[in-house]
Design a protein around this ligand. Structure first.
Ligand code: ATP
Ligand code: MG
Length: 432
C-alpha cells in the first residue's frame, strides 16, 4: 500500500527547522512586549461571510484563493486567508473597544490560500499579525512599522527595504479609480487577462500585475499620490517625518497598493533581495473603515502581516542560528541496578534544571557513547552496576573526552557550578 502524502502546498516543520521557528517567536514576543502589545488567539476558521465582507470578494485572497466549504450543518465556512479579519471580529464580538483607548494586539498562526505552491508560497503558511486599533495618529503607523523593523533587525536580517505609499481615503481612491479606468480602457486588449478582469472589479490591482506588457502600460498610469486630499497628504507627510525622526529608511512607491480592499492611507511592504520572486516578508497598512464595516464602532487601525516561512528561508540562508538541540546531559547506563539508579538520577537532575536524555537501548557502552556524541549533549554521565552500588557516576565532557568519577551526592550538590561550566563549554563550541 502506498503511504499517504501531505496535502499539496503544506509542509511539515521538522525538528531540524523548529529551533528557527522558536527563535523567531522569541524575538517577536520580546519586541512585542517591549511595545506593550498583547497576544490574542482566534480560530483558524470563520464564517465565509466575514472574509467576503471584510477583505472583499474582488481580492485574490478571497475571490480566487480561499478555502471555503460547507460544514455538516450546512454553514458556509472558510479557513482564514489572513488574520486581520478574524482579529477584528474578535475585537468587536468581545467588545475590546469598550476598554477604551488604544488596543495593541498580536497573533501568530496559520493562514490558508489556494495558490500555486513554490518557494516561499504555500497553501498553509504562517503569519505574525500585529495590529493597533483606536488611533488615527501617524505615530501609530510608525510604531507598527518600527515593530516590524525591530523584529527583522534583531533577527539579523540584511538586504531589506521598506516601500511606503498612501492609498488615501476611500473618497480619494474613488476619484483615482475613475482616472485609472479612463487610462487603462484604451489598452484593454493589451492587458493580461487578470488585469482585464480587474479593470471592472478592482482597477487598482492592475498596478500590481507581474505581466511584462501590463507593467509597461502601468509606467505612465496616473499616480495615486496626485489624488490625495489635503488631509490624506498631511497624514502621509507626518508618517514620513516620523520615520525619518527615528532613523528608519524608506522609499516611496506610488504603485504599492496591497492586495486587500480594506486599506486606507498608509500602505507598506518590507522586501528582501535574498528571496527571489517571493520577496515580500511583511506587508501592512491602515484600515480605518474595517471595524465599522464589520459591525463595530468607527475605529481607525493599522497593522501588518509577516510571512514566517519567508523569514525561515532567510534565516537558513544566513546560517547564523544553530539548529542542533541544546542538551546538557546524555545518560548512559547498563545493567539492571544501573538502569534503576539512572532513572532516579535523571529525574533529580531534571528537577535541578538540567535537560537530560536517557539512553534506553541497553546496548553496549560503546554504542551508547556514539549516540551520546551525536545527541548534542555537553556532558555524558555513565553508570554501570559498580557505580550504582557505590552511588557514584562517571562524568565525561563529550567534546574533550575528559572523564572523572564522582559521587552522585557531589554531582547534585554542585549543580550550579556544573551548569555554569556546561554553559561555558556550549558557548565555546557553538557558532553564534
Ligand atoms: P504576495 O504578493 O507575495 O502574494 P500578499 O500581498 O498576498 O503577498 P499579504 O496578504 O500581505 O500577502 O500577507 C502578508 C505576508 O504573508 C506576505 O508579505 C508574505 O510574507 C506572507 N504570505 C502571503 N501569502 C503567502 C503564501 N501563500 N505562502 C507563504 N507566505 C505568504
Ligand atoms: Mg498573494
Amino acid at each position: 500500500m502506498s503511504s499517504i502524502q501531505a496535502i499539496r502546498g503544506t509542509r511539515d516543520i521538522l525538528p531540524s527547522e523548529s529551533p528557527l521557528w522558536a527563535k523567531i517567536e522569541e524575538v517577536a514576543r520580546n519586541a512585542l512586549a517591549s511595545y506593550a502589545y498583547r497576544e490574542i488567539r482566534t480560530p483558524v476558521f470563520e464564517k465565509t461571510e466575514l472574509f467576503a465582507r471584510g477583505i472583499g470578494e474582488a481580492t485574490d485572497a478571497v475571490g480566487k484563493e480561499m478555502y471555503s466549504f460547507e460544514d455538516r450543518g450546512g454553514r458556509s465556512i472558510a479557513l482564514r486567508p489572513e488574520i486581520t479579519a478574524g482579529l477584528v471580529r474578535a475585537f468587536i464580538q468581545n467588545k475590546l473597544f469598550a476598554l477604551g483607548g488604544v488596543q495593541r494586539l498580536w497573533h501568530l498562526g496559520p493562514a490558508f490560500r489556494y495558490e500555486r505552491p513554490q518557494a516561499g508560497r504555500q497553501r498553509q503558511f504562517h503569519q505574525l499579525d500585529v495590529e493597533i486599533l483606536g488611533s488615527r495618529d501617524a505615530r501609530a503607523d510608525v510604531e507598527i512599522i518600527a515593530i516590524a523593523t525591530q523584529i527583522l533587525n534583531t533577527l539579523g536580517l540584511k538586504a531589506l527595504s521598506l516601500d511606503l505609499n498612501s492609498v488615501g481615503s476611500s473618497a480619494d481612491r474613488q476619484a483615482y479609480r475613475d482616472a485609472l479606468v479612463a487610462y487603462f480602457t484604451p489598452y484593454k486588449d493589451e492587458l493580461d487577462t487578470d488585469s482585464q478582469d480587474r479593470l471592472t472589479r478592482n482597477p487598482l490591482r492592475i498596478l500590481d500585475s507581474k505581466d511584462k506588457r501590463t507593467q509597461e502600460i502601468v509606467v505612465d498610469a496616473p499616480s495615486l499620490l496626485d489624488y490625495l486630499s489635503d488631509d490624506s497628504q498631511r497624514h502621509f507627510d507626518a508618517v514620513q517625518r516620523l520615520l525619518t525622526n527615528i532613523g528608519i529608511d524608506f522609499s516611496i512607491n506610488p504603485r504599492l497598493v496591497r492586495g486587500l480592499d480594506y486599506y486606507t492611507h498608509t500602505a507598506f511592504e518590507i522586501q528582501s533581495s535574498d528571496l527571489g520572486a517571493q520577496a515580500t516578508v511583511c506587508g501592512g497598512g491602515r484600515y480605518d473603515g474595517l471595524v465599522n464595516q464589520l459591525g463595530g464602532p468607527q475605529t481607525p487601525a493599522i497593522g501588518f502581516g509577516m510571512g514566517i516561512e519567508r523569514l525561515i528561508i532567510l534565516l537558513e540562508q544566513m546560517g547564523r542560528y544553530s539548529t542542533t538541540p541544546e542538551l546538557d546531559i546524555y545518560l548512559i547506563s547498563r545493567g539492571e541496578k544501573a538502569e534503576l539508579a539512572s532513572a532516579k538520577l535523571a529525574n533529580t537532575l531534571r528537577q535541578s534544571g538540567y535537560s537530560v536524555e536517557v539512553d534506553l537501548s541497553g546496548s553496549a557502552f560503546g554504542k551508547q557513547f556514539k549516540r551520546a556524541g551525536r545527541s548534542g549533549a555537553v556532558v555524558g554521565l555513565i553508570l554501570g552496576d559498580a557505580e550504582a552500588d557505590a552511588e557514584k557516576v562517571q562524568l565525561k565532557w563529550l567534546a574533550s573526552g575528559e572523564q572523572s568519577e564522582l559521587s552522585q551526592a557531589d554531582l547534585l550538590s554542585q549543580a550550579a557550578d556544573l551548569q555554569a561550566k556546561i554553559a561555558q563549554v556550549r558557548n565555546q563550541t557553538s557558532v553564534a
